[in-house]
Design a protein around this ligand. Structure first.
Ligand code: ADP
Length: 593
C-alpha cells in the first residue's frame, strides 16, 4: 500500500475530528515560531553584552538587559507550555478517538460478513486478530507520529531554516545541504535496522511461545527424558537472538555516529562561515550563537527520521491486511426483502449442489423435502454432508446451484435476520458466554424477565439443578457440566421460541447418563415445531417422522423409518450397525436378569 493510498483510507476516520486536526495544526505553527525565540534572544543578548562591555558601561547597564530577556524568556516558556500541552493533548485525543473508531468499525464489519468469510483459511480467528491488532496499532501510531511527533518537529525545522536564509543565504545553504545527507543516512539506517527489528520481534514471539509449548508438553518431555534437548533448542534460539541484538546495536551506533559527525561538521562550517562574516563586519558576534541554535532546530527532527521512516513503513505493511478486512465488501451477508410472518417450516430442496469456498464439494444435486411441523432426521456417515445441509437451511451459505424453498418462497428472498429470528440451532457444543446462567439463557431473548428465564430453564429440565448451586441463576455458566450447558442452549431456544429447530448432534459430546437426562428437554423443545436433527443416537433417529439418508453428498433414500429400512440399502446398513454396536441381545439379557 502506498502512503497516498494509506492516507486516503485513513481519512474517513480522521475526518470527523477535523476541528481537532485544525486546532493541532494551528498550535503546531505557533509552536514552531516560539521554538526560535531562544536563538533570537541569545543573539540579542550577546550583541548587547558585547556592546556594553566594549563601551565599559558596567553592571548597571547590563541589569536592564537581563531583566528584559528574563521576562521575555519566561513569558515565552509560559506560552510554550500551553501550546505544547494543547498540541500534545489534541493530538493524543485524535489518536485515541481514531483508534476507538477503527476498532469499533472493524467489529461491525466482521460481524456483518457471511459464514464463508470466517471459514476461509486465511481468516482463521488467530490470524484475523493479529491483523486487526497490528493494523489498529500501527495506524494509530501513524496518526500520532504525524500530528504529535513529525509535524511540529518539521515545522520547527522549516521555520529555523527560513530564519537562517533570512540571516544570510550562505548560512541557509549550509543548513539546507545537511538535510539531504541526513535523509540519506536515516533512510539507510531504517532499511538496515528494519530487517533486524522484525527478526527481533519474531524471536521474541517464538521465545515466549516456546515457553508456553514447553510447559504444555512438560509431561511428555519429562517422560522421554528430553529436558537437555529442549533446553539446547532454546539455547540455539537465544544465541541467534543475542547475535541479532548485538548487530542491531552495532549498526545503530555506527549510523548514529555518522549522523553526529555530519552534524558536527555542519556546526563547524557554520561557525567558520559566520566568523568570516563577523570579521568582515557584515554580522555581529551574536550571529554565531544564533546560527548554531537555528541549525540545531533544523537537525533535531531529522535525527528521529529513521524511527519515523520505520514506523510509517510498518503502518503501510500492517494496514494493508487491516483494510483488506475492512473492505471485504463482497463478503457481506446477503439478504432479501421478504419479511416472513409466521413460518411453517416446509423446506424443499431442488437440485441443490454446494461446494465450500475452499473448493471442497459437499452436496450434489440434492432433492429433498422437510415437512412442516414434523421431525426429520438426517442420517449418514461422517462427512456425508449432513451439517452442510443444515448450514444451507440456516442460510449460513447459499447453494452453489439449485434452489431451496421455505414455505414456497426462495430462501434467498428472505430477509436473513428476520428469517433467523424464526430458526433455532443447537449444536454438539454450544457457546456459553462469560457471565451468569441467567444472562446466558436470556441470550435467546433480550430483556426476558427472571420469571421467563426460570420458565425456560424448567422446560429445559435445568431449573432444579440451578437451584442447587450456591449462587443459583447468578452462578458462572461456564462452570456447568457439558449436559447442563446443552440445557442452557435448549432453554435459550425456549425463550426464543422459533418455529424451526435444527439439532446438529446435540448429545454427541455427552456421556450416556447426560444424554438420557437431556432427552426429555429435547423432546419438549421438539414439540409442535419443524425439527431437523442429526444424531447418532438410535432412539433419536427412530423418533423422527422422516429419515433423509445422505451418502457422499447425495440423498440416497428418504421416507419413514419403516419404508427406508425396508429398502435394505444404506440406511439399513447404518441402522443395523448402530443396533449391533449396542449389543442389544446382551443388554436385554442383563436387563431381564
Ligand atoms: P457431516 O455433517 O455429514 O459429517 P459435513 O457436512 O460436515 O458432513 O461435511 C461434508 C464435507 O464438507 C466434508 O468433506 C467436509 O470435509 C467438508 N466441509 C465441512 N465443512 C467445511 C468447511 N467449512 N470448509 C470446507 N469444507 C468443509
Amino acid at each position: 500500500m502506498s502512503l497516498g493510498n494509506l492516507f486516503k483510507q485513513l481519512w474517513p476516520f480522521v475526518k470527523p475530528y477535523r476541528t481537532l486536526v485544525i486546532a493541532t495544526l494551528i498550535l503546531t505553527a505557533i509552536g514552531s515560531f516560539a521554538a526560535q525565540v531562544n536563538a533570537i534572544i541569545l543573539r540579542y543578548t550577546v550583541d548587547h553584552l558585547n556592546d556594553i562591555v566594549s563601551k565599559n558601561q558596567g553592571l548597571q547597564a547590563g541589569l536592564s538587559l537581563l531583566v528584559t530577556i528574563s521576562i521575555i524568556l519566561l513569558a515565552k516558556e509560559i506560552v510554550n507550555s500551553f501550546i505544547q500541552f494543547g498540541q500534545k493533548f489534541y493530538g493524543e485525543k485524535l489518536r485515541i478517538y481514531v483508534s476507538r473508531d477503527l476498532a469499533q468499525q472493524v467489529v461491525e464489519k466482521v460481524l456483518s460478513y457471511r459464514m464463508a468469510f470466517y471459514t476461509s483459511a486465511e481468516n482463521e480467528s488467530g490470524k484475523l486478530q493479529t491483523r486487526i491488532d497490528r493494523g489498529i496499532e500501527s495506524l494509530t501510531r501513524l496518526v500520532q507520529n504525524f500530528f504529535i511527533d513529525i509535524l511540529p518537529l518539521f515545522a520547527n525545522s522549516i521555520v529555523a531554516l527560513a530564519l537562517m536564509f533570512n540571516a544570510n543565504k550562505y548560512v541557509g545553504l549550509v543548513g539546507l545541504c545537511i538535510v539531504p545527507i541526513y535523509f540519506y543516512i536515516s533512510q539507510r539506517q531504517a532499511k538496515k535496522l528494519g530487517g533486524f527489528r522484525r527478526r527481533m520481534r519474531s524471536y521474541r514471539e517464538n521465545k515466549s511461545s516456546g515457553i508456553i509449548s514447553l510447559i504444555e508438553s512438560v509431561t511428555v518431555i519429562k517422560s522421554f527424558v528430553k529436558e537437555k534437548e529442549e533446553s539446547e533448542k532454546q539455547n540455539a534460539l537465544q544465541l541467534e537472538m543475542t547475535n541479532n541484538q548485538m548487530q542491531t546495536r552495532k549498526l545503530s551506533f555506527i549510523f548514529d555516529g555518522a549522523k553526529n559527525f555530519v552534524e558536527q561538521i555542519g556546526i563547524v562550517i557554520i561557525i567558520i562561515l559566520t566568523a568570516y562574516f563577523v570579521l568582515n563586519g557584515s554580522m555581529t558576534v551574536g550571529a554565531i550563537m544564533f546560527h548554531i541554535l537555528l541549525f540545531n532546530n533544523v537537525t533535531a527532527p531529522i535525527r528521529q527520521l529513521h524511527r519515523i521512516y520505520d514506523e510509517v513503513n510498518d503502518a503501510m505493511i500492517y494496514s494493508e491486511g487491516f483494510f483488506d478486512i475492512m473492505n471485504a465488501g463482497d463478503e457481506t451477508e446477503r439478504s432479501g426483502n421478504f419479511i416472513p410472518g409466521a413460518i411453517k417450516g416446509k423446506y424443499e430442496l431442488r437440485n441443490v449442489s454446494f461446494t465450500y469456498p475452499n473448493g471442497t464439494p459437499a452436496l450434489h444435486n440434492v432433492n429433498a423435502t422437510i415437512e412442516a411441523g414434523k421431525i426429520t432426521a438426517l442420517v449418514g456417515l461422517s462427512g456425508a454432508g449432513k451439517s452442510t445441509l443444515i448450514n444451507l437451511l440456516d442460510k449460513f451459505y447459499e447453494p452453489t446451484t439449485g434452489e431451496i424453498f421455505l414455505d414456497g418462497i426462495d430462501l434467498r428472498d428472505y430477509n436473513t435476520k428476520e428469517l433467523r429470528k424464526e430458526v433455532g440451532l443447537v449444536l454438539q457444543k454450544n457457546h456459553i458466554f462469560k457471565g451468569s446462567i441467567a444472562e446466558n439463557i436470556a441470550y435467546g431473548k433480550t430483556h426476558a424477565t427472571h420469571a421467563e428465564i426460570e420458565e425456560a430453564a424448567q422446560k429445559a429440565n435445568l431449573h432444579e439443578q440451578v437451584l442447587l448451586l450456591p449462587d443459583q441463576y447468578a452462578s458462572d455458566a461456564r462452570l456447568l457440566s457439558g449436559g447442563q450447558q446443552q440445557r442452557v442452549a435448549i432453554a435459550r431456544l425456549f425463550l426464543k421460541d422459533p418455529s424451526v429447530i435444527f439439532l446438529d448432534e446435540p448429545t454427541a459430546s455427552l456421556d450416556a447418563i447426560a444424554t438420557e437426562q437431556i432427552k426429555h428437554s429435547l423432546d419438549a423443545i421438539k414439540r409442535s415445531r419443524t425439527v431437523v436433527i442429526i444424531s447418532h443416537s438410535i432412539s433419536q433417529i427412530i423418533d423422527a417422522d422422516k429419515i433423509v439418508v445422505l451418502e457422499k453428498g447425495k440423498v440416497v433414500e428418504q421416507g419413514t423409518h419403516e419404508i427406508v429400512y425396508d429398502k435394505g440399502g444404506a440406511y439399513k446398513k447404518i441402522f443395523d450397525a448402530m443396533a449391533h454396536s449396542l449389543n442389544i441381545e446382551k443388554i436385554a439379557r442383563t436387563l431381564n436378569e
